[in-house]
Design a binder for this molecule. Sequence first.
Ligand code: NAD
Length: 410
Amino acid sequence: MVDRAEPSAAPGEPAENPTATVAVVAVAREAGEAESRVALVPDDVGRLRSAGFAVVVEKDAGKKAWFFDDAYVQAGADVLDRDKCFADSDVVLFVNRPSDADAGRLRPGQVVVGLLAPLVDPAFVTRLAELGVTAVSLDMLPRTLSRAQAMDVLSSQANIAGYKAALVAANAFGRYFPLLMTAAGTARPAEVLVLGAGVAGLQAIATAHRLGAIVKGYDVRPEAKEQVESLGGRFIELKSVPDAAGEGGYARVLTAEETAAQQEELNGHVAQHDVVITTAQVPGRRPPLLITAAAVGAMRAGSVVVDMAASPLGGNVEGSRPDATTVSDNGVTIIGAGNLASTMPMGASTAYSHNVCALLAHLAENGKVAIDLTDEIQAGVVITFDGKVVNPATAELAGSNGREPLVNGA
Ligand code: NAD
């Protein structure tokens, strides 16, 4: 049985007030084989206890990220099997959304926290609402609020993914990234183009630049120019789409005409580069197609394309698939990146864990999660509460009047 007595700030010391009860936060082991991250790292157990929570961890939850059960126990958590973790907790932490089977184990009033992607699959959170579960989705955080920055999981994970994308590209490329002058001759530097200069794109630019490549960046938001240049890259401006900035710092969806014009104008740039890394996304939409098969066909043999937007919904590169590498007839390696953050699980879990702790500290009131939908942060991340889908954008998609959700093919 989990000790719900109010924990002391220092693990191992007796509780200050053994009669008070606190909410129990469970750390679940991620379901997918390909997922190596864990939602809370041992170093943050004490932080949650200080915020007034008790912590339980599913056996081997952190093993793939090199955080072993012993470390959690030493930090003051109980390690339990999966059933006990779900049964004994008030809040269950995930990185990704729980499996359908795990969703069925949740009980009314229990809170589930993770990257639940409600705009991609509103039916899943609708089910959580029907189960009476409170769904808190970190991908719905209002990111432009400065007080929400410590909770910004999309940024922390995109930073890692962008860094890894540059390393994956360098690894697959058959030449040096930097200019090297040796007795065996001079190696010219690789020319790298990064399409989409948000959090991941900027980190890919910075990393490729540090490796010595000549880097260019492009984005439909004009303010990205200064950011690309500050990291040592050159910004490409296209005449076809001079400005497609949308709301909240994101890009808007391009029209079909704009997309076709953008693809055509990008073709020439793509063909001149050795490595292209694509990161373009519009939240809740299919990733825009930036590089057609014809553009790949015009690239030099030995070039490398990393599509960070590759997903079951499509990617930025025609024909790319997540976690799959293909080589085109003209010798271009196309890497569908998939879940790059998971390939750096210690760093990614540590960052995610800090973000989650900041969020739980924000939600906590006297050792309990207190839902207050008038709070701007909670209005963003709380998707279901009290049996209802309370997030308006998700409710619109889940209802019959909204546009078709992506999982249904729109
Ligand atoms: P994202 O993952 O949604 O998209 C990645 C990039 O793709 C974006 O820069 C977007 O403009 C670009 N893009 C979309 N369609 C495109 C197209 N057709 N062609 C080329 N590029 C295209 O974005 P993100 O990395 O999550 O960041 C989005 C914005 O949010 C940025 O402006 C970022 O600075 C901002 N942001 C702000 C804060 C903050 O204020 N605290 C925190 C995080 C992010």
